[in-house]
Design a binder for this molecule. Structure first.
Ligand SMILES: [Zn+2]
Ligand SMILES: [Zn+2]
Length: 441
């Protein structure tokens, strides 16, 4: 059980005392109800956590979700955009609302020490054996999604319209949303009026949720730059054009895009995450390869940064007398994720009614990215909110010490399981019931 894992006896005692204090205070609070967690749902989570699958290989995971929805009476279509699953529950005339979860896990070796930690290894697309872990908490999202599906079936009399549950593959490689849309998500199935999703967060305590109007996540572009020189003997630089020196100048000049070219009010990141060239001390190579990630929110800023990267790379090569222009290619792109402000306000209000206003906070946007952005850009108001996953006591302790708890994608990321799942089901159900609510009277 997570309530005893990796805690010192003293912190366990402190927690027990805190729990007693909370229990004593409970009758005084008119706390909105967060129903208990179905033990079967915890077992479902543990199974998903123990059996993670890499992006584009989520066959068994998808089958488990499809089977749950079928049992609940959804019309289920598997194999949408790869391993994607779509479940439709029709409940009379009314709006259509889509709820999305992701299916995939990451090539990370779990080091949480949990009794149900993953020990799975799988072959990646390059044929290498890698460890696999639900280090982004997509197992939380799937479990909450299944729990919400069950609640929506139970609560049928309280809503009307069409519920579309979507389990998307390959979020971590930002391919699944596009693939599902290309496979007719908005045409073969009822097109939603609203799209919602949650993502767990180790920065928010379990029991709370966070919402963000407007941009919540940045766009992401992966850029490959190949700088061409003229190789030769390391002792005879006069016979060469050294691409290592051009690359070094280019990396530094690229830093001036953010610091000197763009509007300081507009956030952007340019990171050169990889630089490769040469084989030996005394050989000047023919070329050097750079790999960059670019993050922005605004589309114009994004284009300005990408244009500047190409311009600077070309100019530095020209300054060195390179024999040919560098190759600059954007190899992977994900747009920024925009939370429709009107829908965000409605979702936040529904969450506050269900969880209590104190348990709904507004959180800052982040420079990470997500292909959830695609559902909104395809013309439907969309909102993603954050589900607190941090053990509240551990988070308080970390905050007091000025450190952060293990982040998403960390080998140590361990959501505070039961309260996170319980709050997630209550939150998603509250949002869906609001968006599919029967008009008063
Ligand atoms: Zn992730
Ligand atoms: Zn994620």
């Amino acid at each position: 059980m997570p309530s005893t894992r990796r805690r010192s006896p003293s912190s366990a005692l402190a927690l027990a005392a805190a729990a007693l204090a909370v229990a004593a205070a409970l009758p005084l609070l008119a706390a909105p109800a967060v129903p208990d967690l179905d033990p079967d749902l915890v077992a479902f989570y543990v199974d998903l956590h123990r059996n993670p699958e890499l992006s584009l290989h989520e066959e068994k995971t998808a089958a488990k979700l499809a089977e749950r929805l079928r049992r609940l009476g959804f019309e289920v279509t598997a194999g949408v955009g790869g391993t994607g699953v779509v479940g439709v529950l029709r409940n009379g005339a009314g709006p259509t609302v889509m709820l999305r979860t992701e299916l995939d896990a990451l090539p990370v070796e779990e080091r949480t020490g949990l009794s149900y930690a993953s020990t799975v290894k799988a072959r990646n697309d390059a044929g290498l054996e890698v460890p696999v872990m639900h280090a982004c908490g997509h197992d939380v999202h799937m479990t909450v999604w299944v729990g919400t599906a069950a609640r929506m079936v139970q609560e049928r009399a309280r809503w009307h319209g069409t519920l579309v549950l979507v389990a998307q593959p390959a979020e971590e490689v930002v391919k699944g949303a596009k693939a599902m849309l290309a496979d007719g998500l908005y045409s073969r199935f009822p097109k939603p009026d609203y799209v919602v999703a949650l993502h767990d967060s180790p920065k928010v305590p379990a029991g709370k949720v966070a919402h963000t109007p407007g941009y919540i996540l940045a766009s992401s572009d992966s850029v490959d730059v190949t700088i061409y020189g003229k190789g030769g003997h390391g002792a005879a630089p006069q016979t060469t054009v050294d691409p290592v020196v051009i690359a070094a100048r280019t990396v530094l000049a690229l830093q001036t895009i953010v610091s000197r070219e763009k509007d300081p009010q507009e956030p952007a990141v340019v990171t050169v995450g990889s630089i490769h060239g040469g084989t030996k001390h005394n050989i000047i190579p023919d070329e050097v390869k750079l790999q960059l990630t670019v993050r922005t929110y605004d589309r114009k800023v994004r284009q300005q940064v990408l244009d500047a990267i190409a311009r600077i790379a070309r100019a530095e090569a020209a300054a060195a007398g390179a024999p040919r222009e560098p190759a600059v290619a954007v190899v992977e792109s994900t747009p920024a994720t925009w939370n429709d402000p009107k829908l965000d306000a409605r979702v936040a209000a529904a969450l506050a009614r269900q969880l209590g206003a104190d348990n709904v906070v507004e959180s800052r946007r982040e420079m990470a990215s997500e292909d959830f952005s695609e559902y909104g850009l395809a013309g439907v108001p969309a909102v993603m909110f954050r589900l607190g996953a941090a053990d509240p006591a551990a988070l308080d302790k970390a905050t007091a010490a000025g450190v952060e708890l293990p982040s998403l994608h960390s080998s140590l990321f361990a959501p505070d399981r039961d309260p996170t799942l319980r709050t997630g089901v209550a939150a998603e159900t509250a949002v869906l019931l609001d968006l599919l609510g029967k008009p008063a009277g």
